[in-house]
Design a protein around this ligand. Structure first.
Ligand code: G6P
Length: 607
């Protein structure tokens, strides 16, 4: 992953770079650094850890009209100052920042080492930097093009050279890089929000394209360095909701934004009694001909897919499966024009999900992307597109984006069954009415904050927690388990309630916490059997259930009940709030970094 920012203009670059790095911190926070063009030199400042560490090291005298910055999520080499970007070439003429992975870096490094180059870091990036120096014969663009020819893997690169003042060179392949023109100067960045100022034109660099950015000009080239014309894109960016607005953490703020995020998403696709997806263009013929749907994603987006699988099968009868993108892309999944591959992603930049989309396209499948970030790579590559309207999500652990993903999948399930002609007018009206009422159900759940906070006291010292559920309750268990483990560092696993007894139940002993999601009425007795089995082995139960089932639990159980009478298939919209709040409070009580959990990044743009 990693975040890149570069500025060249009439003002001091340092504040722009620091603002950009703060805004890009969601892409990684193992280390950060900046490189500034000075009179005849390049000055580099790097720190390990969060951007706040670099901020402490920046002195008011630091001044340059041009510089590049980087926030790192470690791939090659441990998090340290030594491995932090920017990297300098041997004679300090080039400085570069990189997002991506150079797959043949070990081979190039060996060759360069034989030629006398020494390496100060363990990174693949430094290899590119030394190769640039080796290939330099007076023309930086030609040198970059030649260097890129030798690279395998993915890269977004911003490069400065000590002899080319106020100029940044850029290149990209399989990692995002954008160029922005503003009245305050010109930028390069991994994400438009990083500029911190309004850019009147944004250019998306395509794979193998190069760019040369000066104070006053933007020039683009193909891989042979021939000049090319590019059209500026207008992309709607909402950077305004990147403040905490009085909440202690972004995660809590985003949990509380869910009623409006949900409403915005549903209202975008529902009007006048009907559901429509203008950028998806589904015909009845296409829908009726579908033999199978694959829903693909990573992390919580995959969990949304598991929910989608159950609900699409339940409503439309179309055979559906949920797939983890990194597995899907290297599997031999049978695809043809009668299969629909739905790729879900908050960021639209997840490398494995993008690769899954490209694989599906190349095999002639129908594709649809459900994406939150407008203008993201996936949004640009999609044949069919549905935006979730969650707004900007800053906390690494997703909450509102996941909720909006399952909202779109619910609408889609109704839409597909309607297009297939198997939905009676009465059922359609009933389902839509229920979907439209869910924002107030979500709102009501947010009032359980206090009780979940005290329940977190009982879970905070656990070493292992198991989550169980069936069908959509299982889909929700997966998400609840991930939420808790990623921010509290407690080991959590989710299992279908009927599967635990085939091995994992051997781990249950006296006092082992088990969170049982049992919201579905249709299979409640079955889930209850699973609960009884683990209780018989000493498990301490926390149930997320309905009020009517409370009498079936004992006084020794923790019982959280949802506050609205939602039908089975939409019950996760209420249940997820309890699980998010429980995770949040448990992590806070354990003193964890809720918004930036260790080892994680919000957007994973490498394999
Ligand atoms: C990372 C994040 C997860 C997210 C996953 C997929 O691992 O930490 O929260 O669910 O990526 O991200 P995407 O942007 O594709 O939804």
């Amino acid at each position: 992953m990693c975040g890149i920012i570069g500025y060249t203009g009439k003002n001091n670059a340092v504040p722009y770079l620091m603002t950009g790095l703060r805004k890009l911190e969601y892409r990684g926070y193992d280390s950060s650094g900046i490189a500034l063009q000075m009179a005849n030199d390049i000055f580099v400042l790097k720190r390990q850890g969060k951007i706040s560490e670099l901020e402490k090291a920046v002195t008011p005298e630091l001044f340059s009209f041009c510089g590049i910055g980087h926030t790192r999520w470690a791939t090659h080499g441990e998090p340290s100052i030594r491995n932090a970007h920017p990297h300098l070439s041997r004679n300090s003429s080039f400085a570069i920042v990189h997002n991506g992975i150079i797959e043949n870096s070990a081979v190039i490094k060996e060759q360069l080492s034989c030629e006398g180059y020494h390496f100060l870091s363990d990174t693949d990036t430094e290899v590119v930097c030394q190769l640039l120096e080796k290939n330099y014969k007076g023309n930086p663009l030609l040198c970059i093009a030649e260097t890129l020819n030798a690279l395998e893997g993915s890269y977004a690169l911003a490069i400065i050279h000590k002899d080319y003042p106020k100029t940044i060179f850029c290149a990209k392949k399989d990692s995002p890089l954008l160029i922005g023109r503003s009245s305050e100067g010109n930028f390069v960045f991994s994400d438009c929000c990083a500029s911190g100022v309004h850019c009147e034109s944004i250019y998306c660099l395509e794979d193998y394209e190069l760019a040369e950015i000066t104070q006053s000009s933007l020039s683009f080239f193909d891989k042979e360095c021939n000049p090319i014309e590019k059209t500026a894109r207008t992309v709607a960016f909402n950077c305004s909701d990147s403040e905490k607005n009085g909440f202690c953490h972004y995660m809590l703020k985003e949990i509380y934004e869910q009623p409006s995020a949900y409403k915005n998403t549903v209202n975008a696709y529902y009007s006048g009694g009907d559901i429509s997806f203008p950028l998806a263009r589904f015909s009845s013929k296409l829908v009726c001909g579908l033999e199978h749907i694959y829903i693909v994603g990573c992390g919580s987006a995959y969990h949304a897919g598991v929910y989608g699988r159950y609900i699409i099968e339940e409503l439309s009868g179309i055979s559906t499966s949920a797939e983890i993108a990194s597995e899907f892309r290297y599997g031999n999944v049978p695809l043809n024009e009668n299969t629909l591959v739905i790729v879900i992603s908050q960021s639209g930049e997840t490398a494995d999900s993008i690769a899954a989309l490209e694989l599906a396209k190349s095999k002639g499948a129908q594709t649809l992307c459900i994406v939150n970030v407008e203008g993201s790579t996936m949004a640009q590559k999609a044949h069919r597109l549905i935006y979730t309207k969650a707004g900007t999500e800053i906390a690494v652990a997703t909450t509102k984006a996941y909720l909006c993903q399952i909202a779109v999948l619910s609408l889609l399930a109704v839409f597909l069954s309607d297009k297939k002609g198997i939905l009676s007018a009465e059922t359609k009206e009933k389902l839509i009415k229920e979907i439209l009422s869910l924002d107030s159900a979500i709102e009501k759940e947010l009032t359980s904050n206090e009780c979940l906070c005290s329940l977190a006291d009982r879970l905070k010292n656990a070493e292992h927690i198991y989550f169980i559920g069936r069908n959509t309750d299982y889909a929700l268990s997966l998400e609840g388990s991930l939420k808790l483990k990623e921010i509290s560092y407690i080991h959590c696993e989710a299992y279908p309630a009927g599967e635990l007894k085939h091995g994992t139940i051997s781990l249950i002993e006296k006092g082992t916490p088990v969170v049982a999601v049992c919201l579905r009425r249709d299979i409640f007795p079955k889930t209850l059997s699973g609960i009884k089995e683990v209780k018989a082995r000493g498990a301490k139960i926390t149930a997320i259930t309905r009020e009517e089932f409370r009498p079936l639990f004992g006084h020794e159980d923790n019982v959280i009940t949802i506050k609205s009478d939602i039908c089975d298939m939409f019950s996760p919209f209420a249940g997820v709030i309890a699980l998010q709040l429980l995770s949040y409070h448990t992590a806070v009580k354990r003193g964890c970094e809720v918004d930036k959990p260790r080892n994680l990044a919000k957007s994973v743009t490498v394999e």
